[in-house]
Design a protein around this ligand. Structure first.
Ligand SMILES: NC(=O)C1=CN([C@@H]2O[C@H](COP(=O)(O)OP(=O)(O)OC[C@H]3O[C@@H](n4cnc5c(N)ncnc54)[C@H](O)[C@@H]3O)[C@@H](O)[C@H]2O)C=CC1
Ligand SMILES: O=C(O)C(=O)Cc1ccc(O)cc1
Length: 320
């Protein structure tokens, strides 16, 4: 039996991520009592039906009293208001964390409301799906995925050590970095891809009737992959773009420049430019698959095609 890391864990927000934390923490046996709270009474009832916690309370202030660790799992735009509510009720010595997909703005919104007697260790598990709500949670979500922690340099190292141990127990690999660096990296690896997916599905939806119905009919191609991402939660993603504005605009600027180069290559019949890029991108895909970080294969049941692709990539990618 694993050692208990937090005798009392409070989960504020119990959607895909909050529910997955509850299930993974139970699976690992690293928490004593799990106290759950969320904004809407019907979601709280559903969490109780799913047995995600041990106690269910209607306010965040009530949930965090006496908690050793509080994890806030709400859309990033709501983190500041949650911190304002829980701040005065936090136990001295408690650890406060979050799971937001953006870090610097969440730190700016939450930190001022947290008393000096608690340790703030912001986090971001880089694992998820296009589904939301407590029913979407599953214990294996974080297995072999990264979780990034962004504590300020002055934060008690013992609190950081406990959060690292907690996420490792949940199955994740953990890395720490600054909030600003996190936001730049995630802008290109996660935020921009979602923006591109929302945009291409939106563009297809705006096409005239005849073409649009053909797009849906023949969508078992690249377009289908974009529709999965574009089905992600609208509120969550609105908040991500509003809160990681600078980094996303920086990456979008570079993206637009590269797209202009490709546009020119197509217009000029410059096959070499196309071939060069497509060859390099194929190698990148194969090295990601070889590292075992292919989400589709890892999270959603490995089909024969994905398994074959992983094997081929592992054979082709020299181990270092
Ligand atoms: N969905 C994903 O794939 C991932 C999401 N994240 C981050 O995790 C956080 C939660 O996302 P999910 O669990 O996917 O969302 P979700 O929509 O499944 O759950 C959100 C929870 O927050 C509560 N909530 C919503 N608005 C609120 C408000 N204004 N005040 C208080 N509570 C509110 C909801 O009742 C629900 O319990 C977000 O900050 C997101 O950026 C991080 C990694 C992956
Ligand atoms: O479903 C997908 O493809 C995702 O990219 C999930 C995801 C969404 C948001 C995050 O901050 C991290 C992971």
């Amino acid at each position: 039996m694993a050692e208990v890391i937090f005798p009392r864990l409070a989960l504020v927000g119990i959607g895909l991520i909050g529910a997955s934390i509850a299930l993974a923490a139970r699976r690992a046996g690293v928490v004593g009592e799990i106290v759950v709270t969320t904004r809407r009474p019907e979601t709280l009832r559903r969490a109780e039906e799913l047995c995600l916690g041990d106690r269910y309370v209607s306010t965040a202030a009530e949930a965090v009293a006496d908690a050793d660790c509080v994890i806030v799992s709400v859309p990033v735009g709501a983190c500041g208001a949650v911190a304002a509510e829980i701040g005065p009720r936090l136990k001295s010595g408690a650890i406060v964390s979050d799971v937001g997909s953006v870090k610097a703005s969440v730190v700016r919104a939450m930190q001022p409301h947290l008393p000096g007697t608690v340790s703030f260790v912001p986090g971001h598990p880089i694992a998820g799906t296009e589904y939301s709500g407590p029913d979407a949670g599953f214990a294996a979500l974080f297995d072999n995925r990264w979780c990034v922690l962004t504590p300020a340099p002055e934060v008690d190292p013992e609190a950081v050590t406990l959060m690292v141990a907690f996420w490792r127990a949940l199955g994740a690999n953990v890395e720490t970095m600054s909030a600003e660096h996190h936001d730049l990296v995630l802008a290109i690896t996660s935020h921009l891809p979602h923006l591109i997916a929302y945009n291409i599905v939106g563009t297809a939806a705006e096409l005239e009737g005849g073409i649009r119905s053909e797009v849906l009919k023949f969508s078992a191609s690249g377009f289908r992959d974009f529709t999965r991402i574009a089905a992600s939660d609208p509120v969550m993603w609105r908040d991500i773009f509003l809160n990681n504005k600078d980094a996303v605009l920086e990456m979008l600027g570079r993206f637009n420049e590269d797209l202009a180069t490709l546009t020119r290559a197509i217009r000029n019949g410059d096959g070499d430019t196309l071939l060069d890029l497509f060859t390099r991108t194929r190698a990148i895909r194969r090295s990601i698959v070889a590292l075992g970080q292919d989400t589709a294969a890892a999270d959603f049941g490995r089909n024969d095609h994905a398994a074959a692709e992983t094997k081929r990539a592992q054979e082709e990618t020299p181990a270092d």
